[in-house]
Design a protein around this ligand. Sequence first.
Ligand SMILES: Cc1cc2nc3c(=O)[nH]c(=O)nc-3n(C[C@H](O)[C@H](O)[C@H](O)COP(=O)(O)OP(=O)(O)OC[C@H]3O[C@@H](n4cnc5c(N)ncnc54)[C@H](O)[C@@H]3O)c2cc1C
Length: 231
Amino acid sequence: MLTAGGRPSTALARRAELMVRRGVVVDSSLRSVTDDRIHAIGDCAEHRRRVTGFVPPAREQAVVLADVLTGGTTRYDGSRSVARLRATDLEVAVLGDPERATGEVVEMTNPIAGSHRRLVVEGGVIVAAALVGDLSRVGLITQLYDRGTVLGPDEPGQLLLGEPASAPVALPDDAEVCACGGVSAGSIRACSSFESCRESTRATTGCGGCESVVRRLLAESAQADSRVGAS
Ligand SMILES: Cc1cc2nc3c(=O)[nH]c(=O)nc-3n(C[C@H](O)[C@H](O)[C@H](O)COP(=O)(O)OP(=O)(O)OC[C@H]3O[C@@H](n4cnc5c(N)ncnc54)[C@H](O)[C@@H]3O)c2cc1C
């Protein structure tokens, strides 16, 4: 399946005479700029001329709006651009704008496995990435991108090689595993089962692209617990 994007259904908002361009135009309180009784979040909201179109920014906006509606001072300053998609069996992650970002491009394509990975690196920092068909290193790459970590000389290539089956790299506790819900590896490790993890953290309940990593982390924790119990 291929798509050229989505378009919010704005007829109701237009009829209500809210200011609508592509979406309902909102300020940093996610409030309509023409009617302060109305707030908009998610696909239908346009903030600083941008509509988002993915689950993670909608959730970030929901958190801000919950605070605004309960009298808090949190304001929305735009979402980082991290998209994870699952189209039939093909998994895709896009960080930033890998087509337009300036920097050195490091990429690897495996036509047999059907995967393509591209990092755009500037000054040693990942400024954009696209991963198609193999998301085994997406947690680590997202963390390095978010933090603006300066990579070592061999790191870009190593990140693209995928995770060696024999020795998976341990994700740090604060590495983000579920981009939709913003759930870290540590929060997942703290759960006792896959079901309780879904229930308490919401990991895997968005696009579902993190399921294999969540299951692996839980299995590793269970193994570690049983070793402690046996000793
Ligand atoms: C095929 C497809 C695949 C996608 N895959 C991914 C993915 O893998 N990862 C990702 O991050 N994002 C994905 N998205 C985008 C994601 O679904 C949206 O960004 C997200 O659902 C936005 O949430 P929302 O609450 O703003 O809008 P929605 O989830 O669209 O919810 C809006 C709700 O409002 C209801 N509604 C509309 N008009 C009215 C009305 N007049 N009265 C009452 N109710 C109304 C609708 O029925 C709907 O239930 C995908 C989208 C599509 C279409």
